[in-house]
Structures are given as C-alpha cells and as structure tokens.
Write a protein that binds this ligand. Structure first.
Ligand SMILES: [Fe+2]
Length: 405
C-alpha cells in the first residue's frame, strides 16, 4: 500500500531511459511537470475507456492491449517504436503490474527504453498525495488527494488537535500523517454519505475513539430506506465545534443528498474555509440523482446554491470541494480551492438566474450513474462489509459526482 506522499518532499524523478520499473509516487511527480515520455496502456479496451492515467501534464498515451504483444509482437513493438523515436522512454501500465512488466521487458529487448508501473492501476488508484493548503502558526490545512479518482479530503490541525473532513478509504494513512505532526484526532466529519468511494469515517472512530459525525438524513439508504448499522453522531444545522483556535460550523446544504452539509471553518486570522463535499466544486456542482430522486432534488440544489451559499457562507471563504473532474481545476500549487466570491464568476455551472432554467439544465446534463454507487452507499452506512478485492472493484474508476460540463 502506498504511503501518503508529500510532493514537496519527494525525490526528483529518475532518469526514465534507465529505469526498468517505477512506483506510483514517481509517476505522480512526473505528471506534475512537462514531460516527454510515452505512456503505454496495455489493459483491455473496456478498462482503458473506463479510466486512465492523467495529471496536470498528461503524457502522450498509446493503447495497445496486452494480447497484441502475444499474438504479433513485432507489429505491436513497431507501433510503439513509431510513437517513441529517438530513445523516447516508455512507461507501461496494466491493471496490476504483471502484464505491463512483461511488455516493458519485451520493449527493452527491442531497444526501446521501457519502465513498468509497479502495481499498475490498482496501486495508482490507491495513491494519495498530500499538499499543505495553509500553514500558519495557529493552524494548518492539508489537502489529501486521491489523484486517480479525483477525490479530495481535508485535514485541519490547530494547537495539536485535528479534524478530518471526508476521510478516504485508507484511514491508517491519516493517522500516520497526524502522528508525524504530533496532532491528536478529535473530529471525523463526513459531508454526506458518499456514493462514489468508501469512507473510512466509522472505522477511524472505532480505531481512535474520536467521534464520527454524519447528518442523520444520510444515515438512511435512499433506495431501500434501510437505516445505518454503524455508530455515528448526528450532525445538525448550526451545530458548532471547536478545534484548537478554529471553529467549525455545520451548514445543512441538501440537494446532492438530503443530508449533505458544509463545514464552515473560521480561523483566528479571519480566514474561512468551507468544505463543500459534493455541493459546490471548482467547476460545476454535485449531481442530485445519485439517490434516485433527480427530479425532486434538483430544485433543492438550486435553493442551496443560490440561497444558502449566498447568504450563510462568507464570500471570502475558500471553497474546499470533495471532488474534481479534471486536474485542470487545481491552482498553480496543485490545490483544489478557490474563494467563493470568485466561483460565482468562474464556475460556469453557477451562471443561472432562475430556478426553472437551472433545473432544466441539471436534468439534461446528468451523467451515467455507475451501478456500484448504490452498493457503496450501503457500505458507507454499515449495511455491507466488502473484502478488499470487492472494495477495489466497487471503487474502480474516476468519480462521476459532478454534472457534465
Ligand atoms: Fe457524493
């Protein structure tokens, strides 16, 4: 399992022309800057179409399924060579790193510098990158980014106390991260019961004794109305927490789910941060149909965005979303955060002046809903307990939580 990586502390990418294998952290670092390698994806067509490796600087990508190399190696190698002239290095990826290891070796045999991505898309899907968003003496904010899935969680630390908002699947990584900073976990907060990824909130609470909070509306499965079978504390609109020198206010922001909330974090220096989960993103906003109630919930999204977000969240607050659809949504520091006052202008999904046109737009731009999203919600309220392989399958691919552009 990959550790949480801090890009600022990672080493310089190796010379790819000599490497025979690279890990996910190295690949992540390569994607952060202009590069000239060729990415060769040897998975099957359906897997390649479902999701692929991308970053701020996605390399040229060639797709040749593994079996092509078995059936006609000369032809497959010739296709790679045509895309990789003059010693251009190739990084080969498959699902788990086995088939790609074979292909990389065959390419090297033919004189093409090729490195295998160890662990393949499974490891890539599990890679987390941590970036400091704000570091002040009185408090710090960190972005934890599960880059392959476009899932973001946020960690707040103040005076040795920590809160995690929307913890992603591998809770141990957060605990190691907090231990490094000598911070004690005090609060575990979910903005809503997620459909696209498995939350580790309840599990972290069990492991640490820190309370796990969720809005009670989201502790009922929206499809079969079965209530949660896990321990959690109920969030309520207007509820407040203190974390060191930070205050955290709960703002009920229904629409994406009925129990969706925002966490408005206010700092002693006057800065404010609003964890919006799947309410507002940097681009677009959260779809209302993952509970099977798109027509009913779309008008609620309008009321939340154009009512609650305009009146109860300070316009200077930094919006810290739970997802992104593209790495292009990050700022130059790789952070998915933007002040609310700027979002009204820059987020084209917010350029509406009346409710009916907003609802019409929403209902005509709903993306495909992965069927596993129903089951992931069951997992996230304790109704189902998948093993690791099943959990991997449930979480496969990028999130599809935003409306289509
Ligand atoms: Fe969601």
């Amino acid at each position: 399992m990959s550790p949480i990586a801090s890009p600022a502390m990672t080493s310089v990418a190796p010379n790819l022309t000599k490497a025979t294998e690279i890990d996910t952290e190295t690949l992540y670092n390569l994607l952060q800057q202009p590069n000239d390698f060729l990415l060769l994806d040897v998975r099957n067509e359906d897997e390649f179409q479902l999701w692929r490796i991308e970053g701020p600087h996605t390399p040229a990508t060639l797709h040749i399924p593994y079996f092509f190399f078995l059936e006609d190696e000369a032809e497959a190698v010739a296709r790679v060579a045509a895309q990789a002239p003059a010693g251009r290095p190739v990084v080969v990826v498959c699902a788990k790193g086995g088939a790609s290891d074979y292909v990389a070796e065959r390419l090297r045999e033919h004189g093409i510098p090729a490195a295998n991505l160890m662990g393949g898309m499974v490891e890539w899907g599990d890679f987390y990158a941590v970036r400091p968003a704000v570091e002040r003496p009185a408090y710090q904010v960190y972005q934890v980014d599960r880059v392959a899935r476009g899932c973001v969680s946020w960690v707040f630390i103040s005076r040795g106390e920590a809160a995690i908002v929307d913890p992603l699947r591998y809770g141990r990584r957060y605990l190691d991260f907090l231990a490094d900073r000598q911070a004690q976990l005090k609060l575990i907060l979910d903005t809503h019961a997620h459909a696209d990824h498995i939350s580790t909130g309840a599990e972290l609470a069990q492991a640490t004794g820190a309370p796990y909070y969720l809005h009670p509306y989201d502790a009922i499965h929206p499809f079969d109305m079965v209530p949660a079978q896990m321990a959690y504390h109920m969030l309520a609109d207007g509820q407040r927490f203190t974390l060191g020198e930070l205050t955290i206010e709960v703002i009920h922001t229904p629409g994406h789910t009925l129990g969706q909330v925002n966490f408005l974090v206010t700092a002693p220096d006057g800065e404010a941060f609003c964890c919006t989960g799947d309410n507002l993103f940097i681009e677009s906003f959260g779809r209302p149909d993952l509970g099977g109630q798109g027509e009913r919930w779309a008008p609620i999204v309008y009321d939340t965005i154009f009512g609650i977000m305009k009146t109860r969240v300070p316009q200077h607050a930094w919006i810290l979303p739970g997802h992104y659809a593209s790495p292009a949504e990050a700022n130059a520091a790789g952070l998915y955060m933007k002040r609310l006052r700027d979002l009204w202008r820059e987020n084209r999904g917010l350029h509406f002046t009346d409710k009916q046109s907003f609802v019409d737009y929403v209902l005509s731009h709903l993306p495909y809903m992965p069927p596993q999203y129903v089951e992931i919600k069951r997992v996230n309220i304790g109704l189902s307990h998948p093993d690791v392989d099943t959990a991997d399958e449930l979480e496969l691919g990028k999130n599809i939580c935003a409306l289509e552009a």
